[in-house]
Design a binder for this molecule. Structure first.
Ligand code: COA
Length: 260
C-alpha cells in the first residue's frame, strides 16, 4: 500500500515505519494519524512482521508535534473529539498493539511527537534528540496521553516541571530520567534499534503479546495487574510456542517458534 506521509520498509521480520513530512518536521496531521493507524494495523496482522520500528524522516525531527495549523481554529467540541479520536486510533492503539513497537527518536520529539514515542513500548534516542511537551506555551495541554504517560515514565514531579515550563530536555537527560532506554550517535540509531529488534524477534511473539498485555494491565485502573499476569501466564501453557520453547531448551537447541 502507498501512503502519502509514511514510508514502510521491511527488513526480514522487522518493519520500519518512517513518518515522512520533513518540511513540517514530521508534524502529525490528520492524514498522518489515519495512515499510521492503517499501517500499524496491517503490520500487526502480518505474521512475517515481529517488531515495528517507528521513526521520523530527516536528521532534525522524530515528530515536532501535532500539526498546529490544523487545530488552531477548533471549538471546545472539536478539541475534545481531536484528542479522543487520536488517543483511540493511534496512541492507545500502539500501546496495546500485539507487536512490539520501538520508537527510534532521531531529533525533536515534541508535544504529540513525544506522546507518540511514549505510546511505543520503549524508546531509543540519538544524541541530538530533544524532548518536551510544550503545549502550555500554546494555551493548551497535552491531549494524546502525555499527562498520563510522562508521569508513568519519569515520575510526577519531573513530569509536572517539564509540562509547566514547556521546556525541552536533551537525550542524555531523557535517559537519566528513564524516558529513553539508550542514547547513541545519530548514525548508530537505526543499527542499534534494529539489533535490539532482532533480539526481540528471536523470542515467542505469542508470549511477547501476553507480556505487553500484562505490563499494560498494571497501568489500567479497571483491572488488577497481578490477576491479569496470572491469567496470561496460564494461557501461555496452552500455546504451541510454549511447547516449542520448553522442548527446545530441554533438547539443548535454539527454539523455532511457530508463533501460535
Ligand atoms: N505543527 C505544524 N507545523 C510545524 C510544527 C507543528 N507542530 N512544528 C514545526 N512545523 C513547521 C514549521 O511551521 C515550519 O514550516 P514552514 O517552513 O512552512 O514555515 C517547518 O515545520 C520547520 O519548522 P521551523 O520552526 O522553521 O524549524 P526550527 O528549526 O526553527 O524550529 C522547532 C524547530 C521544533 C523548535 C519549532 O518548529 C517548534 O517549536 N515547533 C512546534 C513545537 C510544538 O509546539 N509542538 C507541540 C504542538 S501541540
Amino acid at each position: 500500500m502507498k501512503y502519502q506521509n509514511l514510508l514502510i520498509d521491511q527488513e526480514n521480520d522487522i518493519a520500519i515505519v518512517t513518518i515522512n513530512r520533513p518540511n513540517k518536521l514530521n508534524a502529525l496531521n490528520k492524514v498522518t494519524i489515519e495512515e499510521l493507524h492503517k499501517a500499524l494495523k496491517k503490520l500487526d496482522k502480518d505474521a512475517e512482521t515481529k517488531v515495528i520500528i517507528l521513526t521520523g524522516s530527516g536528521e532534525k525531527a522524530f515528530v515536532a508535534g501535532a500539526d498546529i495549523a490544523e487545530f488552531a481554529d477548533f471549538s471546545v467540541k472539536k478539541g475534545k473529539k481531536l484528542a479522543a479520536k487520536g488517543q483511540e486510533i493511534l496512541f492507545n492503539f500502539i500501546e496495546n498493539l500485539s507487536t512490539p513497537v520501538i520508537a527510534a527518536i532521531n531529533g525533536y520529539a515534541l508535544g504529540g511527537g513525544l506522546e507518540l514515542a511514549m505510546a511505543c513500548h520503549f524508546r531509543i534516542a540519538s544524541d541530538n534528540a530533544k524532548m518536551g511537551l510544550p503545549e502550555v506555551s500554546l494555551g493548551v495541554i497535552p491531549g494524546y496521553g502525555g499527562t498520563q504517560r510522562l508521569p508513568q515514565l519519569i515520575g510526577k514531579g519531573r513530569a509536572m516541571e517539564l509540562i509547566m515550563t514547556a521546556g525541552m530536555i536533551d537525550a542524555k537527560k531523557a535517559a537519566a530520567y528513564g524516558l529513553v532506554n539508550h542514547v547513541v550517535a545519530l548514525e548508530e540509531l537505526m543499527p542499534t534499534t534494529k539489533k535490539i529488534a532482532s533480539r526481540i524477534s528471536n523470542n515467542s511473539t505469542v508470549a511477547i503479546n501476553y507480556a505487553i498485555k500484562a505490563v499494560n494491565a498494571g497501568f489500567n485502573n479497571d483491572v488488577n495487574g497481578y490477576t491479569s499476569e496470572i491469567e496470561a501466564f496460564g494461557t501461555c501453557f496452552g500455546t504451541a510456542d510454549f511447547k516449542e520453547g520448553t522442548t527446545a531448551f530441554l533438547e539443548k537447541r535454539k527454539a523455532d517458534f511457530p508463533g501460535a
